[in-house]
Ligand binder design. Structure first.
Ligand SMILES: O=C(O)CCC(=O)C(=O)O
Ligand SMILES: [Fe+2]
Length: 418
């Protein structure tokens, strides 16, 4: 298009027209790099005028007037776009993924955020530019992001080419300025960089059941960021489910039992082995779980988290949490009661005798509530199929997550916020 434009203008003879043409030339080429949408159609319109002028006997005054109007329109539009771009350094728009579900008020779960111009940042220099723009965008728009997160429960950032490494992810999370929540839980994880950890390192063929992160301790994170560094070739989706939907369905199916579990709570007993067992999704030893080799310090840490620690003869330990109410309603979510317990994680096939859940009065939890909760979660959930560079932000007070069995390789990282 640029050369057609030059060709048309090399035929211009009188000096007034040359001046006008030069002005247009500068504007066109300044904007050509950044041409999108409306500006694109304006440029097309200018070309059409030019070829019409060339073939017609249009008086020079009319030509000049038309060009002047076009130029003015161009300038003002460009100014508006430039101002807008300055205000929102990276333009984003709402995207779609096939697995999304509609929730109340026509909202989508998760909400998907993608760059407005997917091809804008295509080489490594412009990817650094994109990274800077994304970080600035987060700093400026974090209240909006937080609001959207609270409305939907989860946000998926997809298609940002600058998100490639654990360090990029660390900067992304840092830009929100939310305080880090250091992990103290049962899952085997390693620190990768800064505030970034590996997601649960249990063997990929094992399923990790739905849970709110650290739901058994007093101090759990409110938000979780997951980042996909290597997308699995098959399976390995992170499934997410609105926990209020689960609570609502369970209440309507088992009203008196849910009431009992709310009133008396649930006791959750988790054995911690003496030796680390990385072949298992809850296989951390008590030393690595509590980050100490001193049994007395271990005891103090467990009690600070609101649980009890009982030592076994073989050197392993049992942590008993609770009784904790089966559902919770968090401040700021007045109408959302959430299913905040480890049912049905306790029925994980290989963990039949591992995570033991009891009603607060010591009686067993009926099998049908365990099975029904698993059915509801699988029915209501969205299985996010990872693409490398994705960041999934989850409201841990509203949404549970799970990991589907995966073919290797798969590398998902996590960062948690207070
Ligand atoms: O890898 C995943 O999809 C999530 C695993 C998980 O539950 C976690 O790391 O907290
Ligand atoms: Fe988790």
């Amino acid at each position: 298009m640029g050369s057609r434009f030059l060709r048309a203008h090399s035929r211009v003879m009188n000096t007034r027209r040359v001046r006008m043409t030069l002005a247009e030339f500068v504007i066109k080429f300044a904007l050509l790099n950044n041409t999108r949408g409306v500006r694109h159609s304006l440029l097309r319109r200018m070309d059409i005028w030019e070829s019409w002028f060339y073939h017609s006997r249009c008086p020079p005054e009319v030509r000049t007037l038309v060009r002047a109007i076009d130029c003015l329109e161009f300038l003002s539009l460009s100014l508006i776009i430039l101002i807008k771009e300055r205000m929102a350094p990276v333009s984003i728009r709402e995207g779609k993924i096939p697995e999304q579900k509609q929730i109340e008020n026509g909202r989508l779960f998760p909400k998907v955020v993608i760059p407005a111009a997917a091809d804008q940042y295509h080489n490594s220099d412009s990817q650094n530019e994109e990274m800077a723009a994304v970080l600035e965008f987060i700093r400026k728009e974090k209240d909006w992001i937080q609001h959207e997160l609270q409305e939907s429960g989860a946000l998926l950032f997809r298609g940002f080419k600058s998100m490639r490494t654990a360090s990029d992810f660390n900067s992304f999370v840092d830009a929100f300025g939310w305080e880090e929540h250091t992990y103290q839980g049962f899952a085997p994880r390693n620190n990768v960089v800064g505030r970034v950890w590996t997601a649960n390192e249990a063997p990929l063929d094992q399923e990790i059941f739905f849970h709110h992160e650290m739901a058994l301790v007093k101090d759990f994170p409110s938000k979780l960021f997951f980042f996909c560094e290597i997308a699995p070739p098959e399976g390995g989706q992170t499934a997410i489910v609105r926990s209020d939907r689960v609570a609502c369905e369970m209440e309507s199916k088992f009203p008196s039992l849910v009431q009992k579990l709310e009133r008396e709570g649930i006791l959750t007993c988790t054995p911690l082995p003496k030796e680390e067992n990385r072949d298992y999704f809850l296989g951390k030893s008590w030393q690595s779980h509590l980050q100490t080799n001193d049994p007395e310090e271990a005891q103090r840490r467990v009690e600070a988290g609101g649980s009890k620690l009982v030592w076994m003869e073989d050197g392993s330990a049992n942590i008993t949490a609770g009784p904790l109410p089966a559902t919770r309603t968090f401040e700021g979510y007045s109408d959302r009661k959430v299913w905040f317990n480890y049912i049905p994680a306790a029925v994980y096939k290989k963990a039949e005798n591992y995570n033991i859940l009891l009603c607060g009065d010591g009686s067993a939890i009926p099998r049908d509530i365990i099975e029904e909760s698993a059915r509801v979660m699988n029915n209501e959930c969205v299985e996010v199929k990872w693409e490398a560079g994705d960041v999934l932000l989850i409201d841990n007070l509203a949404v549970m997550h799970a990991r589907r069995p995966s073919k290797p390789p798969r590398r998902v990282l996590v960062s948690m916020c207070k």
